[in-house]
Design a protein around this ligand. Structure first.
Ligand SMILES: Cc1ncc(COP(=O)(O)O)c(C=O)c1O
Length: 453
């Protein structure tokens, strides 16, 4: 079920408890206000349940796969059970592997290192840099930005039809855009990939926190996501899916944990027998707290119920979109159009405003945390803005001075922990800022707009 196409909810459930709900921040104009965290797409706050689970485990913390003591064995069990919980959350197939990584970026780089020789990779230019860049050492084809889900499938089919049908191929696609929040036609893209003998990896960094992801149902070969976007900010990520390419590839990192047996050769060198399980790509001491936190988040989201979570987020998306639609100076960025199903990620520009200036004012004068910039998806944001690639600053560091015309965008994003009041406050703040202008003066420092205090 998609966020905007879901049937109307009878009741909208309460937000899930997250940390930081009672944090107040100072305003440049004086006083303090409750912080509205509306940058979930970058990093979401920790679920209270995740925090409680981690706190309950912390006294029992011990080494994983390398200790005879009780706490080491308990920690090893916890780590391996976290793997099973993630596999269940993703609907993995028998024989699939769940590898714990540091993040989505790490997961996709791991897969890039595990590609068979001469593997062709197909990726849309609209991807986040984590999906766009890891394939550069191989044969990669960048596909033009499609303007509808249907065009995405047709573009991919055309590209795959032209490829050498005998060699291995991989398609990498996002589930939900980190810029527009729009859902991509993953099931259809997977079908197209498989029809042409290619495999597909799903970048679910922005999909998994908002929507159920089922590997079997979507028929994707791998899925990657990050704990810190899934309410579990303890430095862990996931790559889950087919075992064969991972097993046949050399280990991602060389070291203890990945190796089963190491022996000295007569010629002075060493021979190594590497694990064939997920441990092959998990060298070093595993991040048991990170893995446990992800498993806890998976359970919390499943227990809360996806139908309710999706319906609630749909209601928040509608509140923001309808609110912004009432401000003629605001233009929401979209690839697939107004009716496209989307998650709680919305980027926009405000006529006559530098986006960094606008975001700084939202923070300094209203206590609302959003993001501005190109969101590590430079080609997509430039396409949507119609900007000149030569004039843009680096990711997250726009170079235009306060008050100049926008060359970057503003992104508001929210999820399961967001109270209605935060999105209403955001819409009111946008209206007021556009109507009355900023109350404070700002200056550019290190490429960012900051209050001139
Ligand atoms: C769609 C998408 N893919 C990948 C990533 C990279 O995630 P991480 O920074 O956790 O590696 C992000 C991060 O914003 C993202 O939005």
């Amino acid at each position: 079920m998609s966020v905007l196409t879901a049937a109307p909810a009878q009741t909208v459930c309460a937000p899930l408890p997250v940390l930081g709900g009672d944090v107040t921040v100072p305003l440049v104009t004086g006083g303090e206000v409750a912080y509205a965290a509306l940058d979930y797409a970058a990093s979401a706050p920790a679920l209270q349940r995740v925090w409680d689970d981690v706190a309950a485990y912390a006294p029992y913390y011990g080494s994983v796969h390398r200790g005879a003591g009780y706490l080491s064995q308990l920690s090893t069990d916890l780590f391996e059970n976290a793997r099973k919980a993630v596999a269940a959350f993703l609907g993995c197939r028998d024989g699939d592997q769940v590898v714990f990584t540091r993040s989505t970026t790490d997961s996709l780089n791991l897969l890039a290192r595990a590609l068979p020789a001469d593997c062709q990779v197909f990726v849309f230019e609209t991807e986040h840099h984590a999906s766009l860049l890891p394939w550069q050492d191989g044969k990669v084809t960048y596909l033009d930005a499609p303007r509808s889900p249907r065009q995405a499938v047709e573009t991919l089919e055309r590209a795959l039809a032209d490829r050498d049908p005998h060699g291995p191929a991989l398609v990498c696609v996002t589930g939900a855009s980190n810029v527009t929040g729009e859902l991509w036609p993953v099931r259809e893209l997977a079908a197209a990939a498989h029809t042409h003998g290619a495999r597909i990896v799903l970048d679910a960094a922005q999909l998994a926190p908002h929507h159920p992801v089922d590997v079997r149902d979507l028929d994707v070969d791998w899925v990657a996501f990050s704990g810190h976007k899934l309410y579990a900010p303890f430095g862990c990520g996931v790559l889950a899916g087919r075992a064969d390419w991972l097993r046949e590839a050399g280990p991602y990192l060389l070291g203890g944990g990945a190796s089963r047996r190491v022996t000295r050769r007569a010629d002075g060198g060493v021979d190594v027998e590497w694990h064939e399980s997920a441990a092959r790509h998990e060298a070093g001491s595993p991040n048991v707290i990170g893995a446990y936190a992800i498993a806890s988040a998976c359970k919390a989201l499943t227990e809360a119920g996806w139908d309710d979570l999706v319906a609630r987020e749909r209601h928040l998306v509608r509140t923001v979109r309808e609110g912004l639609a009432g401000v003629p100076e605001v233009r929401i960025l979209s690839l697939f159009g107004d009716d496209a199903p989307r998650v709680g990620v919305i980027s926009f520009v405000v006529e006559g405003w530098n986006s960094s200036h606008f975001a700084a004012a939202l923070s300094a004068e209203y206590g609302i945390g959003v993001r501005d910039g190109l969101f590590c998806a430079h080609p997509l944001v430039r396409t949507l803005l119609g900007g000149d690639p030569q004039t843009q600053g680096e990711c997250g560091a726009p170079e235009a001075a306060a008050g100049e015309k926008s060359l970057n965008a503003i992104r508001v994003s929210f999820g399961a922990g967001t109270p209605d009041e935060h999105v209403r406050r955001f819409v009111d703040a946008v209206r007021e800022l556009v109507r009355d202008g900023a109350k404070w003066r700002y200056r550019t420092e290190g490429g960012r707009c900051v209050p001139a205090v």
